[in-house]
Design a protein around this ligand. Structure first.
Ligand code: GTP
Ligand code: MG
Length: 280
């Protein structure tokens, strides 16, 4: 159900009072806005002369940041994109979705399995690479992720490939070794190719709500990020977490994941998203 269906009655039935504002607050927290975005939204709503559905949509849009900008393009190919995130957020699936999207724009893509930590991770990406007929670089179990990333960039340079998508390992965001490993991947691709990484995207799972906020903050402190991909929005009525996440990591939201198939990736459009959240 859209937010307006839950909130609208409070605004149409006479003047706002403290009791009604507390009810608004409760509904926004329940929709996973998080405390800060909830308070900001309530402040804005209580300042508005008249609140209708369009007012609420506009207030949500203001908190979502700009529409998805085109992904960076290296002056000299390949463009190198690193994909980060906690376990199970949808990194590997997002790599496949991005590859599909970029291929459909006529660009050649190489997939690199720099998740050498989890058993089966390399094979999982290899299956996607085969389905997408994309070249693939991986290592044997427990190989060095930075070495895989380096080899992948190297292969793309020599084969004239446009884009390298590097899938990385997901572990708890508090894991110090993971942080060091990811920093090394960033450093090493930068040494191999000028300007790399050109994109560093953090993949966040919308269904875990406020937990994802802590993860996002922790990753952002470890590696410089250029954008967010927020996944599993098909599985949640709590789209408010998108606002909370954008607040926690003030980099642009690039894409939304809306399902498990390779085509379920949408460029982020704040107006469209706010409409979906509010109107349902
Ligand atoms: N419903 C839904 N499921 C998704 C979405 N994106 C990924 N998934 C599912 O989430 C699960 C985990 O996806 P992966 O891509 O393996 O996640 P990961 O971050 O690479 O996981 P690790 O490598 O274990 O850290 C899979 O079952 C995916 O199909 C999405 O947008 N919507
Ligand atoms: Mg993975």
């Amino acid at each position: 159900m859209g937010l307006w269906k839950k909130l609208g009655g409070l605004f149409t039935g006479g003047a706002m009072d403290t009791v009604k504002l507390e009810e608004v607050q409760r509904i926004l927290v329940e929709a996973d806005f998080g405390v800060e975005a909830t308070n900001q939204t309530v402040d804005k709503l209580s300042c508005a002369d008249e609140v209708d559905q369009a007012t609420l949509e506009r207030i949500v849009v203001e908190q979502l940041g700009p529409p998805s900008a085109p992904l960076a393009r290296a002056a000299q190919p390949p463009t190198v994109m690193l994909i980060f995130g906690v376990n199970g957020t949808g990194k590997t699936t997002t790599v496949a979705k991005l590859a599909r999207r970029l291929q459909s724009e006529g660009r050649s893509v190489l997939l690199a399995a720099a998740d050498t930590f989890r058993v089966g991770a390399t094979e999982q990406l290899k299956i996607w690479a085969d389905r997408l007929s994309a070249p693939f670089v991986g290592a044997t179990q427990r190989g060095d992720p930075a070495a895989v990333a380096f080899d992948a960039v190297d292969a793309a340079v020599s084969r004239g490939i446009d884009i390298v998508l590097v899938d990385t390992a997901g572990r708890l965001h508090t894991d110090e070794r993971l942080r060091e490993e990811l920093k090394k991947v960033v450093r090493v691709v930068g040494k191999r190719h000028t300007g790399a990484p050109h994109e560093s995207l953090l993949v966040l799972d919308a269904t875990v709500g406020q937990n994802a906020v802590r993860q996002a903050e922790s990753f952002a402190a470890a590696v410089p990020l250029t954008g967010l991909v927020i996944t599993k929005l098909d599985g949640t009525a709590k789209g408010g977490s998108v606002i909370a996440l954008r607040r926690a990591v003030p980099v642009p939201i690039r894409f939304l994941g809306t399902g498990e198939t390779v085509d379920d990736l949408e460029p982020f459009d704040p107006v469209k998203f706010a409409h979906r959240l509010v109107a349902g």
